[in-house]
Structures are given as structure tokens and as C-alpha cells.
Design a protein around this ligand. Sequence first.
Ligand code: CP3
Length: 336
Amino acid sequence: MSKLIKVLMNKDSSCLPIWFMRQAGRYLPEFRKIRSNNKNFIKLCLNAKLSSTITLQPIDKFDLDAAIIFSDILMVPYALNQEVNFEKDKGPILSNFKIDDFLSCDARSFKFKLQPVYDLISITKKKLKKDKSLICFIGAPWTLIIYMFGLKSKDNKLNLDLLERKKKEIKLTLDKLNDYLCLHIDSQMKSGADAVQIFDSWAGMLPEEKINDFCFEPNAKIVNFCKKNNYPVICFPKGINNNYKKFNEIVKPNGIGIDFNVDPEWIRFNLKDVCIQGGMNPRTLLLDDDSIYREAEKYIKTFKDYPYIFNLGHGLLPETNPDKVKKLINFIRENN
Ligand code: CP3
């Protein structure tokens, strides 16, 4: 059994697996070389061979304990017939959401469009050593709805008026989206992934009175699906502060990713029966070595004798120097 699965499923605190969100891509020169010859990001994600190479780049370079597949949470709206474009320095741009187009989708064509992702997983699984894990992922319904309906302004504020105006459409979309996301998880796991991570990157935007309907409940439905199928599942509801406790009590995933705005001590004493992942601010990696080691030590010490996966509180930043990543990994392995 791989380290990641041992700590996630058996709550075995004797090992400390390491992987990083956004380890495949952006900051790696090896990735940027491939990317410069592949201008269309979606097409690159649909190239199973190249995506598999990118998935394995950080494993070959750093000997990490888990690989996360090179893909994107927005491959799901793409497969549901919404146009998705990635423009340099602008982030993703989606065509206007059309409910009729969405409702006319079916499971067969959804799976057909995403087949290269499933091929990428089976190719990568064969190449990965047995003691490593392969992580697949989805965007949580709320985070996908934000992009699909364009609910976020440029300064990262939630457009509450639009949310109110589109209430009925959003409710309908949330329910159907749940089915497609479960199908995507099922297909990824059956292709050879070992665990699934659910990214709820914009959970922290929700006002308190909406967090149950848009974050807890949709995550709980998907986690129940995973648990029924014995698929190890990690949730990452970013930015929800003290609601991490409630999230854990309601959603009950195998693992919870924490961000850098919550105190790890508080998490350790308030989140029961769950494996914790991450927390360290990715900005720390832009500092000098001693600051990096001090911060890493804080997390290692706090979660000593506790089921913990070393990771960050969000993805590696594009400006991160890969040498710093290597130094951090060496430090963790030497001090554990
Ligand atoms: O973690 C990994 O290395 C695996 C690959 C991965 C990507 N995106 C590749 C990618 C994963 C797990 C994601 C998840 C993702 N995508 C999230 C959730 C995590 C988070 O960061 O909050 C979100 C919100 C997205 C949507 C998305 N995709 C945005 C906002 C952007 C543009 C800005 C950015 O983050 O780079 C992307 C593009 C994207 N996804 C790139 C990569 C490597 C950069 C593409 C490029 O080279 O231009």
C-alpha cells in the first residue's frame, strides 16, 4: 500500500507523504518547454501522451510520493459543451452559459470527450512505481458554477446580484453537475487513479448563510459517492476559516486540505477522525532557505503523530524556483 493511501485510509501517522498542488506545470522549465510548443491549453490536456509526460515530470525530478494528473477542473464545463479558452495573463475565459446546451448533454458524449483524460491515467499508472499514488481530481460544484456562470468579478468578489437572478438555473445546474462529476470520478478511478481530490477553491467567497447549500451539501454528496465506492477522497474547501470544523463534521471526507489562513494548532484540535493535508503558504517558497525550513517545521511539529500529508495551502506559484522545492523536500525527509 502506498504511503498516501496508508495515511489517508488507515490514519497511519508513521509516514509523511509529500506532494504539492500545482506540482505539474507553470514553474517547471521542463513544462514551459512543452507548453511553448502547445499554445492551446485544452488541446494539451487532451493529448494523453504529453499530459502523462507532464504528470511525471515532478516525480522524476523530486521523487514525490504522489503524482497529480495534468488536466484542469475546467475540462468538465468543456465536456458539457461550454467553450473554454485560456488566454495568457487573463486566466480562463468561458463562453456564456446556455442552460439548453447544458441540459442537452448526455453521459455518453461527456465520457467520449474526456476519454483522453482516462487514457492519460491508464498510461501514467503503468509508468508509476508501485509505492507512489496517482491522484485525479474534480472542481467542486460551487467552484465550477463560479466559472460557468461568470459569478466572479476581476477583483475576486462574488457577484451576489447575478447569483440571486440566476438562482433557479444555478440550482438546476448544481444537481445535474453532481451526476457528471461523479461520473468523471468513477471513470478516472476505474482508469487507475488511486485517490481523488475535490478542489473548492472559491468556497471562501460564500456568505455564511449560503455555505451549507453551495459548499457543505454538494461536497457531502460527492464524498458519499466516493465512500460508497471505497475511493479515497480529499476535500480542499479553500478559505472557509472556522467553518473547516463544520465542513469536516458534515462532509466527513478521508482527508481535508487546509489553507494558510487557518491556524494548524486549531485545526489539529478541532478536526476529528480525518487526515490533514497541506497548509504552508506557497509564498514561503519565495523566501530564504531558513524561513522555508522554519515554516515547514511548524507544520511537521504540529502534526507529529497525527495523520498528515505534507503539501501547501494552495498551489505552487509560477515564480517558484524548483531548487527551493527540492530543498524543502530534503528538509522534510531529514526531519521526520
Ligand atoms: O496540480 C497540478 O499540477 C495538476 C494540474 C492542475 C492544473 N489546474 C493545471 C493548470 C490542477 C489540479 C488544476 C486545478 C485548477 N484549475 C483549479 C483548482 C486549484 C486552484 O489553483 O485553486 C482552478 C481554480 C483551475 C482553473 C484554472 N486553470 C485557472 C484559474 C487557470 C489560469 C491561471 C493559473 O492558475 O495558471 C488555469 C490554467 C492552468 N491549469 C495552468 C496549469 C498548468 C496554466 C496554463 C498555462 O500554462 O498557461
